[in-house]
Write a protein that binds this ligand. Structure first.
Ligand code: NAP
Length: 247
């Protein structure tokens, strides 16, 4: 029996766990940070909460005799990915990063590419008055600051759980993807959105807003992914399973 720890928090992590539990020689444990109140249903064992940095994760790997670490966290979750890479070296176990390909700009896309969510709030052109924030409920501070400079801007904020910060002049939509192109087109029209803030998450579940923005000529302030550590990487669940099988 081999033990696999999946660092999760994404739909890909759920799908990977779903497939691994069917392999008799594998015991799978999924780990969540605990940010979402009602996470997607996970099969197999799971644990919730931070490990306590690199040392805490390395200790967890050693104490629980984990044989393989698979990082299937969101591509913008930079800290846990660095922690996973270093902790697996300390624990001397094989480590894989499952990273969905990022979205590439197509003809007709109007992207303003920035490094951070902080930069995204500053990069929104002054003339834009109706902004759709999809970059996460936990990084709203930069928009709060922006709203002080531009009090006449209105924000639509979409997240799975309610945000801790309430933006003045805003509306919150609680929803979880996947979203269809029809839904996104309708939403952009209904709320007369003039710009979108998004992370370059990649994957199909939240791509429809990018396609709808292209159709409607709406700019996207696109937050780039953080740099990833060196190490084994795959882009699909099938490849992740093949990586495990090869070991
Ligand atoms: P982060 O900045 O990379 O991580 C911050 C801390 O959260 C880590 O140091 C770790 O705490 C804990 N943590 C993160 N992922 C964990 C996991 N799977 N299991 C246990 N502890 C975890 O991450 P983040 O951007 O805050 O994202 C938190 C979680 O939400 C991630 O699991 C990610 O997959 C998911 N998520 C993130 C985004 C995003 O845009 N960032 C979007 C969708 C989903 P300790 O140091 O104490 O171990």
């Amino acid at each position: 029996m081999k033990k696999v720890l999946i660092l999760g928090g994404t739909g890909d992590a759920v799908k990977l766990a779903d497939q691994l539990v069917n392999i008799p020689e594998i015991e799978v444990i999924s780990s969540l940070a605990g940010r979402t109140k009602k996470p997607s249903a996970l099969v197999g064992q799971f644990r919730i909460g931070g490990f306590g940095g690199i040392e805490g994760l390395a200790k967890y790997l050693q104490e629980n005799a984990i044989d393989f670490l698979i990082d299937a966290t969101h591509p913008c979750a930079g800290q846990i990915t660095i922690n996973g890479a270093i902790a697996s070296q300390i624990a001397q176990i094989p480590h894989l990063m499952l990273v969905r390909p990022q979205w590439e700009k197509l003809s007709g896309d109007n992207w303003i590419e920035v490094e951070t969510v902080e930069a995204s709030a500053q990069a929104i052109p002054d003339v834009i008055k109706r902004i759709f924030i999809t970059s996460g409920r936990q990084q709203l501070e930069p928009f709060l600051q922006r709203s002080q400079t531009y009090p006449d801007t209105w924000y639509l904020m979409r997240s799975i759980d309610p945000p801790d910060i309430e933006l003045p002049n805003s509306q919150v939509l609680l929803d979880r993807g996947p979203f269809s192109l029809e839904q996104e087109r309708e939403l952009l029209r209904e709320f007369q959105i003039e710009a979108i803030v998004s992370k370059n998450s990649g994957g199909a579940a939240t791509y429809a807003k990018v396609a709808a923005a292209r159709e409607l000529g709406i700019p996207i302030v696109m937050v780039q992914r953080p740099a990833m550590p060196e190490g084994d990487k795959v882009t699909s669940i099938e490849e992740a399973i093949a990586w495990l099988n090869s070991r």
